[in-house]
Design a protein around this ligand. Structure first.
Ligand SMILES: [Fe+2]
Length: 269
């Protein structure tokens, strides 16, 4: 499995605090069956002032430490890019990073407020040839109010990343509800851990994979944790991938059996 969203790099955001912790996280990831791990620290001006070149260097250093400790985990560089103005220019200048220098960019919004220019930012990136991937929409407190916008983004060609722990209920019932609903509507393209530590938010995909197999079938579960992530690292276009399937109950439309029974009763009276 390939995990394209994690805060494994030590000491540069709210993820791993130090090298020992990063090594422990990496061991967990390997034990879970993860072979490739993207290091995607926050790039959030004023909060986490990380820059592309520095992230690349730190990934190389951490890879050396993993190799020295004989931990068979392959690292690639990326970033969890906060929505700010001029992202296309920042990506071209190397200030912000896409995933492994591909066209795919992890984009995060604030947790409680959707910035007014969110949709514009996604369209600017799409027009410039990038594929923005919205990180964990299922966990955003604004999703009830702005679900139509999320749908429009997907229709426009943006991708969505589900967090493994959200599907398992580790973030509460509401994120689990949106995880399941968006999966059923065929709106998620990849699943990642968004790992921050070894305990509360560990780098684990396997438990979620089991749940995914039951919910969307094994073929799509593999697409979510392995095939699409691998294609991202190969910088394949979105057209190279099968679209996430819509569950048969969703495809059939809302359950109107109650309405039909009421209508029949009405006709009889
Ligand atoms: Fe993140």
């Amino acid at each position: 499995m390939i995990d394209l969203h994690s805060h494994l790099l030590p000491g540069i955001d709210d993820g791993s605090p130090d090298l020992e912790h990063s090594l422990a996280m990496a061991r967990l990831a390997v034990a879970d069956g993860i072979t490739i791990q993207a290091c995607t620290p926050h790039i959030f001006p004023g909060v986490y002032n990380n820059m592309g070149a520095d992230i690349r260097q730190r990934v190389e250093l951490l890879q050396l430490a993993l190799d020295e400790a004989s931990i068979p985990l392959h690292l690639v560089a990326g970033a969890d890019v906060h929505i700010t103005p001029n992202l296309v220019q920042k990506l071209h200048a190397g200030e912000a990073l896409s995933l492994y220098d591909s066209r795919y960019v992890l984009l995060e919004t604030p947790h409680h407020v959707l910035p007014p220019r969110t949709e514009d930012t996604f369209f600017e990136l799409l027009n410039a040839g990038f594929v923005p991937i919205l990180t964990h929409p299922e966990r955003m407190s604004w999703i009830d109010r702005h679900f139509d916008l999320v749908r429009r983004l997907v229709q426009a060609g943006a991708w969505m990343q589900l967090t493994a722990g959200a599907l398992l209920g580790n973030f509460g019932s509401k994120p689990r509800y949106w995880s399941e609903r968006m999966l059923d509507e065929g709106m998620f393209h990849i699943v990642a851990t968004d790992a921050h530590d070894v305990e509360r938010r560990p780098p684990r995909l396997r438990d979620a994979f089991e749940v995914l197999c039951r919910r969307v079938g094994e073929a799509e579960a593999l697409n979510l944790v392995s095939h699409r992530p691998y294609g991202i690292l190969e910088n394949q276009p979105t057209s190279a991938f099968p679209a996430p399937p819509v569950s048969s109950t969703m495809a059939a439309g809302p359950d109107d059996s109650l309405l039909r029974r009421l209508a029949a009763l009405w006709r009889r009276t």
